[in-house]
Design a protein around this ligand. Structure first.
Ligand SMILES: [Ca+2]
Length: 484
């Protein structure tokens, strides 16, 4: 008995130790779990905070860009006094019209560029440019700013290309100083993720020191011109505009470089020709329910009423749907059109647009050589077709000549100079355009529709907003908005 009790108490003494050990282990687990949870929560909260910051930074970028575009519209609307006389003088000095004349007028414009420095400001920084433009746009045409613009009559000022709209620009415009009076440097990104411990005690103090316009993080804005693209909303435009659009689409989609896109069936087992896609695009927005046919004669409506059912392609899909019979609301809507697939969009989505006005003219200040080629064909006389327009080497040379004539990419060239260069290359120009460069319906050198894409970044989070703005007398009308 004694021996038995002794053995028992001996084993009981071990149980207490075991219990303590298990208890400590459990507590450690719980503590670890709690710590883990709070780390996760902290991280979630930090991310949420950064998401919010990034979102509003992107929104700020959109607003800043809209401001720049508003100045652009004001600059565009400045009446340049005695432009015709100026041009004639410059052309006369160069010994007549033609390519050299056109170029000389551009170079003459470069002389005026010194005056444009007033617009850009001495530093030519983004903010300085914008602020300078404020003064320039506000000035009277008779003021030095206006006179400088007259000297540069051969060019248009593309403020939206010059001004780099990003957080650095904003920080220049709204300078911040610390308590010693030294400017606070921008903190573009914060790599520390768990900085709450350092930050919390000072948070209130830091917030109290914040001034108007201060922020953590950064944004970067990219503005592009939508009217330098082929405008699909003109598919149901009046005859002349629609005819020009048909020519542009045939030129673009029919280009030999894109032949491979139409050679194979896509994942929906659809195989179409370029002309079928053009017809389907038109049928998507036109009011009737019959398939259109194309009229390439150049006279009469380019889209004729056919007899087929325009929904023939759509009823085969699962689920089936019908053509919209209204204009496109966004570029992504093109995916709905029979024959438009990923490969099509990959090739053409940065050459097509649906946002500008039906009567918007193709802006010849495009950077895209394909679009410049399309613009050259637009101004060429359809009654006297030049075989060299189909020669890629000739076209490349001409496109290079046009791009070289722009001197600085920041200054756009005028429609008149564009036509002069095309004419100087020996291509017969459509008399309708040449006789009325200002009022022609086909090409222009100013735009009213722009796409703004802004990425806001805070911490590790970035948010992108894409907006399309159509300029009016105010800050412009938003015709597209997408947050990613
Ligand atoms: Ca239709």
């Amino acid at each position: 008995m004694r021996a038995q009790r002794g053995r028992k108490s001996h084993s009981e003494r071990g149980v207490a130790m075991l219990l303590v050990l298990v208890g400590i282990a459990v507590l450690a687990l719980v503590a670890n779990e709690v710590r883990y949870n709070s780390v996760i929560e902290l991280r979630l909260a930090t991310n949420q905070r950064d998401e919010l910051r990034a979102h509003y930074l992107a929104k700020s970028g959109i607003s800043m860009s809209r401001l720049v575009l508003r100045f652009q519209k004001q600059i565009d609307s400045i009446q340049i006094p005695n432009l015709g006389g100026m041009l004639q003088q410059l052309m006369g000095g160069a010994g007549g019209a033609g390519g050299a004349g056109g170029l000389a007028s551009l170079l003459g414009g470069a002389g005026g560029a010194a005056g444009l420095a007033g617009l850009l400001g001495g530093g030519a920084g983004g903010a300085a440019g914008l602020l300078g433009a404020l003064g320039g746009a506000g000035g009277l045409p008779g003021a030095p700013g206006g006179a400088a613009a007259a000297g540069g009559g051969g060019m248009s000022i593309q403020l939206w290309r010059m001004a780099k709209v990003d957080c650095h620009m904003l920080q220049q415009m709204v300078p911040e100083f610390d308590e010693k009076g030294a400017p606070i440097k921008a903190t573009a990104s914060k790599s520390k993720k768990f900085d709450f411990d350092d930050e919390m005690p000072e948070l209130g103090q830091a917030q109290a020191q914040r001034r108007f316009g201060s922020f953590t993080g950064c944004f970067d804005s990219v503005i592009t011109d939508e009217e330098g693209l082929i405008n699909l909303s003109a598919l149901d435009a009046p005859q002349q505009t629609a005819n020009a659009l048909l020519l542009r689409l045939v030129t673009l989609l029919g280009d030999k470089r894109y032949e491979f896109l139409f050679e194979k069936e896509d994942s929906n087992r659809v195989k179409v020709t370029p002309t079928e896609v053009i017809t389907n695009l038109r049928d998507w927005i036109d009011e009737d329910e019959t398939g259109s046919t194309l009229n390439f004669s150049g006279s009469g409506d380019p889209f004729q009423k056919g007899f087929s059912d325009e929904n023939g392609g759509y009823v085969k899909y699962d689920p089936p749907y019908r053509a919209k019979n209204a204009r496109f609301d966004s570029l992504d809507e093109l995916y709905m059109v029979h024959g438009v697939n990923d490969r099509f969009m990959a090739a053409f989505k940065d050459k097509l647009t649906v946002y500008p006005d039906v009567n918007a003219r193709l802006n010849i200040n495009s950077e895209d050589p394909m679009i410049l080629g399309v613009a050259i064909r637009t101004v060429a006389d359809p009654l006297r077709p030049d075989p060299r327009l189909a020669d890629p080497i000739f076209m490349d040379t001409l496109i290079k000549k046009i791009r070289a004539a722009r001197i600085f990419a920041l200054f756009g060239m005028s429609a008149a100079d564009f036509i002069n260069i095309v004419a100087a290359a020996g291509i017969p120009v459509n008399a309708q355009i040449q006789n009325n460069v200002q009022g022609n319906r086909f090409i222009g050198d100013k735009s009213l529709t722009y796409r703004v894409r802004v990425t806001g970044t805070a911490g590790d989070v970035s948010r992108t907003i894409t907006a399309v703005v159509r300029l009016d007398d105010g800050l412009g009308r938003l015709v597209y908005w997408r947050e990613e």
